[in-house]
Design a protein around this ligand. Structure first.
Ligand code: IMP
Ligand code: MG
Length: 173
């Protein structure tokens, strides 16, 4: 079994808090348009969406960093664009994990250019010690140490996305 870093109950408890914060900042009647970053964030989005009160919608985009394995190269490309425009919408980008910051910086730049009314970001996980770019994030689920994590949508070479918890696959600590 893959060792547990964050269990399912802790994930769901924290996600309920994030949902409440997002709704509280958006205001009660605002349509919150979630932009899910594929593939890693799809499980997080599915759970988050179901505990946000009031009107929501969602769309999906795909990004890839060049290179495989556990190292992020800093080169990001869009592999799938959104289906709908963002202009005038209250947008919340949903990302699985913030590592160096390159992916999110790239996304915030291209999405801001589409003129949303608001552009917020929620990340389930963050590894502060790995940061290379100081990218602004409005909501963070959990700060974690520099470990390679999988599960709950996150993969290692496409495996382990189905784990119901966040696990660690490196040999540290
Ligand atoms: P960044 O561009 O370096 O911030 O990398 C962010 C992306 O790298 C995330 O969206 C993940 O796809 C991937 N990533 C970074 N750390 C991990 C990890 O520990 N497990 C799985 N994917 C990771
Ligand atoms: Mg990702």
């Amino acid at each position: 079994m893959i060792p547990v870093l964050i269990g399912a109950d802790d994930l769901h408890g924290r996600i309920a808090e994030l949902a409440a914060d997002i709704r509280s900042d958006a205001g009660p009647g605002t349509l919150v348009h979630f932009v899910c970053v594929l593939k890693g964030a799809f499980v997080f989005l599915a759970d988050l969406l179901r505990v946000v009160e009031g009107p929501v919608s969602c769309d999906f985009l795909g990004v890839a960093s060049y290179g495989a394995g556990t190292m992020s190269s800093g080169q990001v490309k869009l592999t799938k664009d959104l289906d709908h425009p963002l202009k005038g919408r209250y947008v919340v980008v949903v990302e699985d994990i913030l590592d160096t910051g390159h992916t999110l910086m790239y996304l915030q730049e291209i999405l801001a250019a589409r003129e949303p009314a608001a552009l917020r970001t929620v990340c389930l996980l963050s590894k502060p010690s790995r940061r290379q770019i100081d990218v602004p994030v409005d909501y963070i689920g959990f700060e974690i140490a520099d470990r390679f994590v999988v599960g709950y949508g996150l993969d290692y070479d496409e495996a382990y996305r189905n784990l119901p918890y966040i696990g660690v696959i490196d040999e540290e600590g």
